[in-house]
Write a protein that binds this ligand. Structure first.
Ligand code: GCU
Ligand code: CA
Length: 230
């Protein structure tokens, strides 16, 4: 590219994190250049290219691009001489999954409830809740999807109208991670959410609450699974 000239190309990209990289050199009095990437939302990211007489790698990592048409523009700074660019690449380095929370109801398959699905204590979400059989081992199990492997926050919505806490093993994909105590909430109609942190695999995961006391589980309404962006 001669001084002050520019060239551009449009490509269609999925959402995600990208690294823009190139080899570049300048000659004559062209003392700089610039590569910009404009994504479909109009956001502009800039890679500045300083003067160098030999080809030098220039890179900008961690560019978050929206899905759709991205425009890559190379501009030479003013002057008489050239900007030369070689091996230009825009490489996706990770997912582009959006953070979000997914609710899984205890009464909706593939969730399973070792007990009955009841609806006699108001305040639940969906059409009911899992009233686990009052026995150790009478579990509730949810199946949760994650777009990418990583840490997730799970919220167990429950009510315990009894006078003592009920404890249960938290078992994710067959591995027991913790023993969790579900304190009395004051009434069977008082629902609260207990937040826990787990590691999930990409794809399908089983999340089981397996009571370790003879009283069994509290009543369990649903599970909210929050996964971060990747
Ligand atoms: C009561 C309540 C149930 C609850 C049970 C228990 O029977 O109505 O919803 O599951 O107590 O102690 O587990
Ligand atoms: Ca019960």
């Amino acid at each position: 590219l001669a001084g002050s000239a520019s060239v551009r190309q449009q490509i269609t990209v999925p959402a995600g994190t990208y690294t823009l990289s190139t080899l570049a050199r300048t000659s004559g009095s062209v003392s700089s250049g610039q590569i910009t990437v404009t994504d479909s939302s109009g956001a502009v990211r800039t890679l500045n290219i300083p003067a160098s007489s030999g080809f030098t790698r220039r890179e900008a990592a961690g560019l978050q691009l929206a899905a759709g048409t991205a425009t890559v523009t190379i501009r030479a700074g003013s002057g008489s001489g050239n900007l030369a660019v070689d091996q230009l690449g825009l490489v996706k380095t990770s997912g582009g999954t959006t953070p979000g929370t997914q609710r899984y109801e205890a009464e909706t398959a593939p969730a399973t409830c070792q007990g009955t699905i009841d609806s006699n204590h108001v305040g639940f979400s969906g059409s009911g809740f899992c009233n686990g059989t009052n026995a150790a081992g009478a579990y509730v199990q949810f199946t949760a999807n994650a777009a990418a492997a990583g840490t997730a926050t799970i919220g167990v919505r429950f009510a315990n109208g009894g006078t003592t806490a009920r404890s249960a093993n938290l078992i994710v994909n067959g591995t027991t991670l913790a023993n969790v105590s579900f304190e009395p909430t004051g009434a069977w109609t008082t629902w609260v959410t207990k937040t826990l942190t787990v590691s999930l695999n990409a794809g399908s995961n089983t999340i089981r609450l397996d009571p370790t006391i003879a009283d069994g589980l509290p009543n369990v309404d649903c599970l909210d699974v929050s996964t971060p962006a990747s």
